[in-house]
Design a protein around this ligand. Sequence first.
Ligand code: MCA
Ligand code: AMP
Length: 495
Amino acid sequence: MSATGAFRLPAPGTISGACSTRLSDDPDRLLLHADGAWTTRGDFLDRTAVVAGRLAGGGLVAGDRVLLSGPSTVDLAVAHVACLRSGLVVVPVNGGYTRDELAHIVADSRPSAALVDHDGWNEILVGLAPELRTAGTDVCWDDAPVPSLDSGTPDDPALIGYTSGTTGAPKGAVLTQANLLAGAESVRQAWHWTSDDRLLLCLPLFHMHGLGVGLHGTLLTGASAVLHQGFDQRRVLGDIVDHGCTMFFGVPTMYHRLVEDLEVAALGSLRLCVSGSAPLSPLLHGRLRDRAGISVLERYGMTETVMLVSNPYKGERRAGSVGFPLPGVELRLADGTGEIQVRGPNVFAGYWERPEADEEAFVGDSGGRWFKTGDLGSVDDDGYVSIVGRSKEVIITGGFNVHPREVDDALAGHPGVSEVAVAGVPSEEWGEDVVAWIVPTPGAPPPTEAELRDFARNHLAAHKLPRRVVVVGSLPRNALGKVLRHELCEAASDE
Ligand code: MCA
Ligand code: AMP
């Protein structure tokens, strides 16, 4: 199935070219608000050119990877767009990552430079790769002549998004300039996003939700956005009113907190509230309708594909469903399993230097190559798509994906742990909680929850740490010795 209606995607182009063209119009118009000040379109574009010059002067050439990480600032957005305009490949990284997690991404993507705004990261990065050029996201290198900008082709790689995916260590999903453009353009059309819109953007800019939808959508439409560093519901509700925002994008955990706030009615002043990255429960959908008078539009996407499916802007936004394929997206359910498979101009080029992962991730037939999402779906009689489960072993907590085996491996290193298995247990606030079941080492006192969290904190970002540890005598396993994670989850859910 594919999008219905009068949508049409333009011919493939580049995200940087499309955004630059849009922003060259009316240069005095407000674009981004952060740290108490507005930046105009013209100022933003000028700054991207200056930074592009510095990057070129620093020896970076098209195709080089640039690791990028920092709180949401205009500098970060400028550095990101400067890279895209120069043909550099952005590798966005979660600022909560530990040295181990960074080490994997650095070794795998082999960046030529890192633009980061976190204490201690420069030293860590140079320790990991002594040849790496580092700077803050303000890129305080010497000014140099501005290279040719926006001269890449649609098929040039633009971004490598690391994702835990279905198995093993995080893999880099390579998105081209055209993929990013198609991803932003489809929601621009579907959500009637115009230059009069103003987005309250508090999603981190190191994931596709905040970056590929929130920031790219704003730049592509020439709209404006109020950037927040982190999520504070009271500040969100206040700024929606104070800045006359028209749109808010969030993960269900954010809506869970917003609906509890006395000022939640402020959401009712927006023309559009979008939820994604994890399932929005029909209960929460209903509470938001009752308390704020809004019908949240739920949509579904992935790092590998930007956005795929969305409830309609006009028409029923059905709770518990993600709606219809977005413009350009073709979707089918695999026979037998019901796995959602997709193709379209938004679907990534493949995993970075992992041909074997591509073999597993795509399925080819006479009709072309389809990406296997690992999500299980159903389609009702009206054509609404629902996500009914996952075939991949992934926990989604507060909109962040956590691969259980990564947490298993970290906890298994503790001397008091003989066996361990981690799984996601339903949680009202977080969607799923990371929970660890451990079999203690015989003869040793079982480690406390705090000890295990402290131990794992050296290896894992805070959102991956178990919220609960359950001590058991043995783990449920199948005949081949594989741990049956679903049995652990079921036991915990029954408690
Ligand atoms: C923070 N903590 C978490 C999470 N976030 N634990 C589990 N899951 C999380 N998501 C930890 C903190 O480190 C802290 O640990 C403790 O929980 C309490 O933190 P708190 O201050 O309450 O949390 P917060 O800082 O307010 O963050 C909650 C959040 C954040 C705002 C919901 O997680 C967030 O921004 N999530 C959005 C993620 C996102 O953008 N996902 C998109 C990816 P300690 O006490 O140990 O310090 S998916 C995607 O891009 C696709 C394309 C899609 O479909 O969108
Ligand atoms: P990521 O790899 O971090 O981009 O996460 C993508 C995954 O998030 C998808 O494969 C889905 O499992 C999940 N996801 C995104 N949006 C939704 C949604 N609206 N409902 C349920 N799951 C979602």
